[in-house]
Ligand binder design. Sequence first.
Ligand code: ZN
Length: 155
Amino acid sequence: MPPDLRLPMRPIRSRHRLTLAARQLWAAPYSLLGLLAALPACALGARLRRSGHTLECTGGQLGRWVQRLPNRHRLVALTLGHVILAVDAPAMQRLRAHERVHVRQYEHWGPFFGPAYLLESLWQTLRGRDAYLANRFEREAYAKGGPFLTKPHDQ
Ligand SMILES: [Zn+2]
């Protein structure tokens, strides 16, 4: 009788769900902030939809206001935990892979991600480098998720 080589599918799936739940819980403080930012955006016409294990908030009046900010301070997209906010749908499409790298960073660092990101930016500034582009979290996001830098303040 040949040995049973079938993989035990149910335990692996359960373990995956457990680790996903743990990662979501670990990043939950930032996801809550993301939801708090998404709610007024949605009240001003933004669209909120689930995409994989993230919530994506795009467009609306808030996005149009952000696009009117001077170029130097303009944010195109921002990730807070499992919530990705973008000024419009094309920006979300262009930056989704990049922002999902940040989601994984939140899942890895949990509540320490914000302080770690800021300390990294401070460290790069003290070294005379760009606080954003030289930041190791951004370098990883660009390397793994793109896009190629065409605008220095895309995030
Ligand atoms: Zn980024």
